[in-house]
Design a protein around this ligand. Structure first.
Ligand code: 3HC
Length: 311
């Protein structure tokens, strides 16, 4: 009965075992995974836009090639995660409808504009750096397809993070104007990148249950702190500063203290009032419409080959 199945599920979680698509799982566990995995996939797909806008304006062929590869990787991560989410019974159309209608969330960070070339560096270094800090623990998520998808994605993210750091390093070793451009960009991306980890633990309605199910392995604040401790020495190597007067090493804690984040801004962005929410959704809907003929052709081809096999 239901009690035995729930006991078996709880035993797998307690033993740090993977839950696979064919295993019984509580409906709420399934729902939590569809929510997080689809929103993760949406983040990857929308995340293609800020960088996609710079491919035609990259300062060299080398930078253009790297940026193209990165945007293609993000698309692949999105499709990977949509496929992993489909193992839970949701469909691609359902997930895309939720995104296109503005119902589904995607990472707040992509609702910030990227007006300067140096933003390609800050996004790689800070945004992909934060994504890595968040995604490495997700490799151990209790749901098999999600954890395994993360292993592949984390490998590619480390290239994304390094190329971003290298863009900023090149600028910081350049002219005064280039150094100023790099610093101005870091000033804009520092706080929004810290907010990628989600609201403070006391205001995180999903965390307790998500951690009990071993989907989330560390709390939002734990990962945010880990990320701050990681980027401070990296900023020193770059020679950039962070726009945070409260940022300092705290010997007793063995971590860096940092300033309060603007959670009103965070919630405004989540409500759709960020710099680029409307722009990102309009672009996404236009791309989906433009791609309709490809989906139609693929469906027609699949039907034709299926019937020919039947004959
Ligand atoms: N942006 C948008 N929404 C956010 C958010 C953010 N940065 N942080 C939290 N939220 C939302 C949550 O989705 C939740 O809303 P919901 O219940 O309607 O889904 C609400 O705010 C409360 O937050 P919680 O802390 O309770 O929610 P979670 O337990 O889900 O924690 C999370 C939030 C840490 C983002 C978690 O969902 C997670 O780890 N998701 C997978 C990782 C992910 O999505 N990363 C995106 C990074 S960007 C990227 O991947 C592209 C990169 O490669 C360039």
């Amino acid at each position: 009965g239901e009690d035995e199945r729930l006991a078996a599920f709880d035993a797998l979680i307690a033993a740090d075992q993977r839950i696979e698509p064919t295993d019984w799982m509580p409906p709420a566990y399934r729902k939590a995974l569809v929510r997080q995995m689809s929103q993760h996939a949406h983040s990857e797909i929308i995340g293609m836009q800020p960088e996609g806008n710079w491919i035609t304006r990259a300062p060299s062929l080398k930078r253009k090639a790297i940026l193209m590869a990165k945007v293609q990787d993000e698309a692949g991560h999105g499709l990977y995660l949509y496929s992993a989410a489909e193992t839970l019974g949701t469909t691609r159309d359902e997930m895309l409808d939720a995104l296109h209608s503005g119902k589904a969330k995607y990472s707040s960070i992509f609702n910030y504009l990227a007006p300067s070339w140096a933003d390609m560096g800050s996004i790689g270094w800070l945004v992909d750096g934060a994504a890595i800090a968040n995604q490495v623990p997700l490799c151990r998520a209790s749901y098999g397809p999600y954890g395994r998808a993360m292993v592949r994605i984390c490998k590619e993210e480390s290239f994304h993070q390094r190329q971003g750091f290298e863009i900023l390093l090149a600028l910081m070793n350049g002219t005064d104007e280039q150094r100023a451009m790099a610093q101005e960009s870091v000033n804009r991306w520092y706080a929004p990148a810290l907010m990628m980890f989600g609201p403070p633990d006391g205001e995180s309605p999903n965390s307790r249950q998500s951690m009990a199910w071993k989907i989330k392995r560390f709390s939002n604040d734990e990962l945010r702190q880990r990320f701050v401790d990681m980027i401070v020495p990296q900023a020193e190597i770059l020679g950039v500063t962070f726009p945070d007067p409260d940022l300092r090493w705290n010997e007793e804690r063995g971590h860096h203290d940092f300033g309060e984040l603007d959670w009103d801004e965070f919630h405004a962005v989540l409500r759709g009032n960020g710099q680029a929410n409307a722009l990102r959704l309009a672009k996404r809907n236009a791309a989906h419409a433009e791609g309709a003929w490809v989906r139609e052709a693929a469906r027609a081809y699949a039907e034709r080959t299926a019937t020919s096999e039947r004959i």
